[in-house]
Write a protein that binds this ligand. Structure first.
Ligand SMILES: Nc1nc2c(c(=O)[nH]1)N[C@H]1C(S)=C(S)[C@@H](COP(=O)(O)O)O[C@H]1N2
Ligand SMILES: [Mo]
Length: 204
């Protein structure tokens, strides 16, 4: 039996529905750290987030202002394209769609580019970042997100592979067409649905 088969079997023994594990993934209790480049440090008050592009009222929000908005907390399973899945991760933040409502999204907007510190980018359809669970997250398991995991603030879009959740996010840009972000320019899927195993550019 392969490592993956044993891992799936262990889930059943633990009473976890193995259907929660997407094809080609294994479950881990660890929280791996994955990113390109250095971990940025932000002085208190330095981090902010801009909502821009095809919106009527672009604005920039500080961490204090973000934390003053109505928060949501939920648990979700996170799937990384490097094949790890971690179940029941608890995230707290503000719905991206609440920020977009304040900005007034123009009718022509169809896609969003997440832009992070040091220029990491990732693209997704507008409808995927305006779900109930798509948040600008500032807490993990009730604590501030550690810098290595994207703190002070990262995106969480749990239904897509984790590279679609930018750490150290600084800008959300509304656009009228799709364009590849960092990993998407380097061979990864424009969409990235774990349950359809859309890892690479031509996976359908
Ligand atoms: N800014 C930034 N965000 C990023 C990345 C990155 O390199 N830079 N890597 C992505 C990838 S590939 C993954 S799997 C997750 C990893 O998040 P973690 O380190 O908290 O597990 O962050 C995503 N967000
Ligand atoms: Mo990843």
């Amino acid at each position: 039996m392969s490592f993956f088969d044993r891992n799936r079997k262990a889930l059943i023994e633990k009473g976890i529905d193995p259907a929660r594990l997407p094809p080609g993934q294994y479950s881990t209790e660890r929280f791996p750290v994955l990113h390109v480049g250095d971990v940025p440090t932000f002085a208190p008050g330095e981090w902010d987030l801009t909502i821009g592009g095809l919106v009527d009222n672009p604005f920039t929000i500080t961490l204090d202002e973000l934390k003053a908005m109505p928060p949501v907390t939920y648990t979700a399973d996170i799937h990384c394209v490097t094949k790890w899945t971690k179940f029941d991760m608890s995230w707290t933040g503000v719905r991206v769609r609440d920020l977009f409502d304040r900005a007034g999204v123009q009718a022509s907007a169809t896609h969003v580019m997440e832009v992070a510190e040091y220029g990491y980018t990732t693209n997704l359809p507008l409808s995927d970042i305006t779900t109930d669970q798509a948040i600008v997250a500032y807490a993990y398991e009730g604590e501030d997100i550690e810098p290595i995991h994207g703190g002070p603030v990262r995106i969480i879009v749990p239904h897509l592979y984790f590279w679609k959740s930018a750490k150290w996010v600084r800008r959300l840009e509304l656009r009228d067409r799709d364009a590849p972000g960092f990993w998407e320019q380097n061979g990864y899927s424009m969409y990235g649905d774990p349950f359809r195993e859309q890892r690479y550019t031509n996976d359908r």
